[in-house]
Design a protein around this ligand. Sequence first.
Ligand code: SAM
Length: 230
Amino acid sequence: MEPTIYVVATPIGNMKDITLRAIDTLLSADLIVCEDTRVTKKLLQEYEIDKPTISYHLHSKLSKIDEIIAVLKEGKNIALVSDAGTPCISDPGSFLINKAREELGDELKVVPIPGPSALTTALSASGFTDSSFLFLGFLPHKKGRETLFKEIAASERPVVFYESPHRFMKSLESLQEFLQPGRKIGVARELTKMFEEIKIGTVPEIIDYYTQNADKVRGEFVVMVGSANI
Ligand code: SAM
C-alpha cells in the first residue's frame, strides 16, 4: 500500500455535515490523527467508527510527528482531522504534511477529502463575493493589528477573518475606527448550530445590535468585511 495522508474535513457544528467519502475514509484509515481526541471521539461514536486515534497539535513534539510518520513508512494510511472544519485552515496539519513529504518524497500521497469550513460556509451566505476574497485567519492580538486593520480598510476585495468571542467587540471597534463610513460587514455566528446567526450591516449597526444583545457575544464567529462597492 502507498503511504497516504487523507486530509478529512469534519462538521463545524451540525454532525450531519459530513460527506459519505469522509466517513468511508475514516472507516478505512489505519490511524486517525486528531487535534483533541475527545472531540473527534464524539464524531467517531456518532458514525460508529472504531479506529485508533492519536492527538496532534501546533505544539506537538517532534517525537510525536516521528511516531506518525513511522506509521506512514510502514505503508499505512492516516486520516488527518481537526476539531472542526477543514484541517490546515487556521488549524494544525501543514507542518506534519510537509515533514512527511520531506521524509517520504514522491512515495507519499496526500489526498484531500473536502467538506465544511467556517470560511466558505460564512462567505456562501454573505452575498459579499462570487470570486475573490482575502482570508486572514485569526488576527494578531497586539503586534501588527493596526497595520492589518488599515490593510482591511484599503482592500478592494472582501476580507474574512476568524474571531473569538472575547475579542469580537474589540475588533468591531477597530473596524469602526478604520473602515470608511457606510461599508458593510457581515458576522456569521454559530454556523450550522442551534443558535446560528448571520448579521449584515454597517459597523455602527452591528455594534449597536451586539451591544443591545450582549448575551449573543458568545460562540464562534466569522467576521466579513464587504468590498467598498457593496
Ligand atoms: N479549520 C476550521 C475551518 O475550516 O473552519 C477553523 C478552525 S479555527 C481553530 C476555529 C475558528 O473558526 C473559530 O474561532 C471561529 O472563528 C471559526 N469557526 C469554526 N466553527 C465555526 C462555526 N460553527 N461558526 C462560526 N465560526 C466558526
